[in-house]
Design a protein around this ligand. Structure first.
Ligand code: LFR
Length: 426
């Protein structure tokens, strides 16, 4: 049997899932799961890369105990964040994208290259945390002077397993530095921003084998988790999807990037997929509800919270993509600051979050249809958020699309699927 191991790490947890073909489908078994989260260090938000590496290795040990003949493994994580490298060693800390250090430099970046020009070249949405702003902040602080390169988080973890430094295409697109035309780093942007050219080598495609760890081939999947998630959706044709986790990524596969003025103004992104373009929008997602729950009712089961939310009478909405929700100290206070009056009970906040999300999905679907010039009748929802039946119902009502909610580990499945297709060697 051809067994492969997907290591899928999200902002709040990671998992090791073994996969293999059976009949015409793919079978999977989760063998290891571990927590992840942002760590506060000297007033900054960071990732604990040592803890991640520890769990990556512990999970591989576990997987090998049960499946000693695993042939390949691959790691995907959230996008945009990276580890600076110097002579093969990390230059820490590894900042988390919700840290606010980029705020001070965004204006300067846009003075050097205005956002419309960045968008024309890359097709990548504006997010204050995009890698180009983070690298520029490192340049301004002098941190880049201590580094000879950078690796995105999954690349860093795989480097620590097999010793090969590689740069993978799907995740690279989220840096905001990759040309939509060539699919390689855009030297024009890099030189205008004064970033070191030596940091930006050629990109490798998902499916490339880069090395070996304990006899297992280390292969690149779509190392951006959303890239793997889209590959993991069992979809007929090209229908819209929402990959619903910490973020809700709503989009559709297209052959080529769609770069228009309307798309730029509504902040649509063109991110790399496993052989196609992902025309996609970031919507704040389960983050809103996860933070509300952690703050207001950490011990209450989700189904109870949602059942109560569905019955309340609080119908005000917020704009879920308002930056106030990105990293607030109190999520409740963030909602209060955007509502005419606070909900009278805790469930009211969750009702407001769900209805506002569904409304955000509606607007995004309308924009997507306008910008691509196509109409769609279905909407696939995958990932942990697909379990929220109340939100699924609201989404179906607000978008008018037939919702197919698949509470599957689409990201791990996509990671596995790419590995099973077989690898090309570097
Ligand atoms: C989802 C995701 C999104 C990206 C965000 C930050 O996990 O990868 O696609 O915009 O995290 O990296």
């Amino acid at each position: 049997m051809h067994y492969v191991l997907a290591i899928d790490i999200g902002a709040s947890s990671g998992r090791h899932i073994v996969g293999w073909r059976e009949g015409s489908g793919i079978r999977t078994e989760e063998v290891y799961r571990f927590p992840n989260g942002i760590t506060e260090q000297d007033g900054s938000l960071t990732w604990d890369t040592d803890a991640l590496l520890f769990h990556v290795k512990a999970g591989i040990d576990k997987a090998l105990e049960k499946y000693p003949s695993i042939q390949s493994l691959s790691i995907d994580t959230w996008a945009v964040d990276y580890v600076l490298m110097n002579g093969g060693s990390p230059v820490l800390p590894c900042y988390a994208y919700r840290d606010s250090r980029t705020e001070a430099v965004i204006g300067e970046v846009h003075e050097k290259m205005p956002f419309p020009e960045l968008y024309r070249r890359t097709g990548i949405q504006y997010q204050p945390f995009n890698t180009l702003y983070q690298l520029y902040a490192d340049k301004v602080s002098g941190r880049l002077d201590q580094a000879d390169g950078f690796l995105m988080i999954p690349e860093y973890l795989m480097y620590r397993l097999c010793g090969a430094e590689s740069h993978e295409y799907t995740n690279a697109t989220t840096t905001g530095l990759v040309s939509a035309e060539t699919g390689e780093y855009d030297p024009g942007i890099i030189s205008v921003l004064g970033l070191p050219a030596r940091f930006f080598g050629p990109l490798r495609q998902p499916g490339t084998v880069i090395g070996e760890y304990r006899g297992i081939r280390v292969m690149l999947c779509a190392t951006h988790d959303t890239g793997s998630a889209v590959e993991g959706i069992p979809m007929e044709g090209c229908q819209p999807y929402i990959s619903s986790g910490t973020w809700s990524l709503l989009g559709v596969k297209t052959e080529r990037p769609v770069i228009t003025e309307a798309g730029r103004l509504a902040n649509w992104s063109n991110e790399g997929g496993a052989g196609y373009n992902r025309y996609q929008k970031n919507i704040m997602g389960m983050w809103l509800m996860n933070r509300l729950r952690a703050e207001l009712c950490p011990d209450r089961p989700w189904d109870e919270i949602m059942a109560e939310a569905a019955e309340k009478h609080f119908d005000h909405l917020v704009d879920v993509n308002d930056p106030v929700f990105l990293a607030p100290e109190s999520m409740k206070a963030a909602f209060d600051s955007r509502l005419p009056h606070p909900p009278r009970c805790i469930a009211g906040y969750f009702r407001c979050a769900c209805r506002s999300l569904a409304d955000g999905y509606r607007r995004a679907v309308e924009e997507m249809e306008q910008n691509t010039g196509r109409r769609y009748d279905r909407l696939y929802i995958v990932g942990g958020g697909a379990k929220n039946t109340y939100l699924n119902r609201l989404t179906e009502e607000s978008t008018g699309k037939q919702v197919t909610a698949l509470p599957i580990e689409a990201t791990a499945l996509g990671n596995i699927r790419i590995q099973l297709k077989g690898g090309t060697d570097t």
